[in-house]
Design a protein around this ligand. Structure first.
Ligand code: SF4
Length: 261
């Protein structure tokens, strides 16, 4: 896959995979999709403000990650699996992954085949398996792409790591207490790839974007320190400059005798 990165004023065709040291947190994509400034504050400036929602989300993720791998009704379930994509330059963790064996394979055979694959990392080992990433969220399904993009990035990591195709994932929402299917269609893959490129651009620039006050700010835990209203107010310096300029230009237009009075 070719990824175009705009670095500074140059468009760079990235053919080389990212080095391990340059991998960025996969979870940053959901912050980026929500608000680029929030993403930069959290991941560049290391600012974090807890509120009830962030605490609930953290506890839900911790519970999803904890626990041993198990086989239930023939499906192997792993938790907290590390993920990475050198192509996208991302690394993270999957809350839960379900490994469904091909039809007619017994639990024992499935466990043996998965263990053999993990040992030998042979592509043939996963032929016919369905691998499904599942991400846990505390709230309810969102109208934007934040959660779908984060999940899709996990799928792209799995595809790169395992040399398989991952067509579908699932998002579990705490309010409904059920899972929703997410199809990894081309348009979602494209949005995810573009988001990864944009994330690297922001990190490369080292600049936090300016705040733009929007409705979503009300639900943002960083509102007390981001202060989008204060940033968008005209600055005192600009105000005085404008007043001075107006006074001088009206003075210059007036007859000299008026100015000297
Ligand atoms: S308060 Fe608004 S502008 Fe600031 S980080 Fe949050 S969403 Fe972004």
């Amino acid at each position: 896959m070719k990824i175009y990165c705009q670095l500074g004023h140059r468009n760079v065709l990235r053919l080389m995979p990212f080095a391990e040291a340059d991998l960025l947190p996969l979870s940053a994509l959901q912050h980026l999709l929500f608000c680029e400034r929030q993403c930069a504050l959290i991941h560049l400036e290391r600012v974090w403000v807890e509120n009830r929602f962030t605490v609930e989300g953290r506890i839900l993720h911790r519970n999803a990650h904890e626990g041993k791998a198990q086989t239930r009704h023939g499906v192997r379930i792993t938790r907290g699996l590390p993920l990475a994509s050198r192509t996208l330059g991302l690394a993270g963790q999957a809350d839960v992954i379900e490994w469904r064996p091909p039809e007619g394979v017994s639990d024992r055979e499935a466990d043996r085949s998965l263990a053999a694959w993990l040992r030998e990392r042979t592509r043939a080992g996963l032929t016919g398996w369905t691998v499904t990433p599942i991400e846990y969220k505390r709230g309810r399904p969102k109208t934007n792409d934040c959660d779908r993009v984060q999940l899709c990035a996990q799928a792209l990591c799995l595809e790169e790591m395992l040399a398989i195709h991952v067509p579908v994932g699932q998002l579990f929402y705490g309010v409904q207490r059920r899972r929703f299917d997410v199809d990894f269609e081309d348009s979602l893959r494209s949005i995810t790839t573009q988001a990864a490129v944009r994330l690297h651009e922001i990190f490369h620039s080292g600049r936090t974007p300016h705040a733009v006050r929007e409705k979503k700010c009300e639900t943002c835990s960083l509102l007390p320190i981001c202060l989008p209203d204060a940033m968008n107010r005209p600055s005192a310096t600009r105000y005085f400059q404008r007043q001075l300029q107006a006074a001088l230009s009206s003075d210059l237009a007036a007859p000299a005798s008026d100015i000297l009075e």
